[in-house]
Design a protein around this ligand. Structure first.
Ligand code: FMN
Length: 183
């Protein structure tokens, strides 16, 4: 199995980092330039760009159209965009493929592979809602980074685990990251 994780320039980079840590191999990481900018503010040097690349099996920059994931003939199983900026959401909904992330999303949709969009934005404009609906209608899974509280979170890791668990459920990965309702 090959999982592609794209981290874009939305607040909530920590959600993407948590997913990256917990995905099994083979995990391919793409960071947008926007993500690198937001990471400077949100990761406070605790997690450097270099260390993120080190967690992944493969790493590509957003401009690398020569990478395998830029082609539909290369088979990856799922593309997870977490966090997904509204910029990236809008471009994918419009069919724009101007960087490796939007290109990989376009491939996931046309090849009917799993595309998981984890967004954090709030509030949402009508345009954001329309774009998310367009992606959902095209087959994408839309996950607000909106953790539940019934597992009684006591720290940030508990909140990240909730979101990561739901992502892993969708891409078909067994996990016990949270206590499930009814367990
Ligand atoms: C500190 C910081 C936080 C940001 N947070 C968000 C956000 O939560 N959602 C969003 O859509 N854009 C946010 N932006 C703006 C995006 O980074 C910007 O639109 C960028 O062009 C996104 O590029 P990308 O989609 O290629 O990553 C933020 C920017 C900065 C510097």
């Amino acid at each position: 199995m090959e999982y592609v994780l794209a981290i874009t320039g939305a607040s909530g980079i920590a959600y993407g980092v948590d997913i990256l840590k917990k995905l099994p191999s083979k995990k391919v990481l793409i960071l947008s330039n926007g993500a690198l900018e937001v990471a400077k503010y949100e990761l406070k040097g605790n997690v450097s760009e270099k260390s993120l690349k080190g967690i992944a099996d493969e790493f590509y920059e957003e401009g690398d159209f020569g990478s395998p994931v830029a082609s539909g003939s290369h088979k990856f199983d799922a593309l997870i965009i977490a966090p997904a900026s509204m910029n990236t959401v809008s471009k994918i909904a419009a069919g724009i493929s101007d960087n490796l992330i939007t290109r990989a999303a376009s491939i996931a949709l046309k090849e009917r592979r799993k595309l998981v969009i984890v967004f954090r934005e709030m509030p949402l404009s009508t345009i954001h809602l329309r774009n998310l609906l367009t992606l959902s209608e095209a087959g994408a899974y839309i996950l607000p980074a909106s953790p539940g509280f019934y597992h009684k979170p006591s720290n940030l890791d508990d909140l990240y685990n909730f979101v990561t668990s739901r992502v892993m459920d969708i891409v078909g990965l067994e996990n016990r990251l949270i206590k499930r309702w009814g367990d």
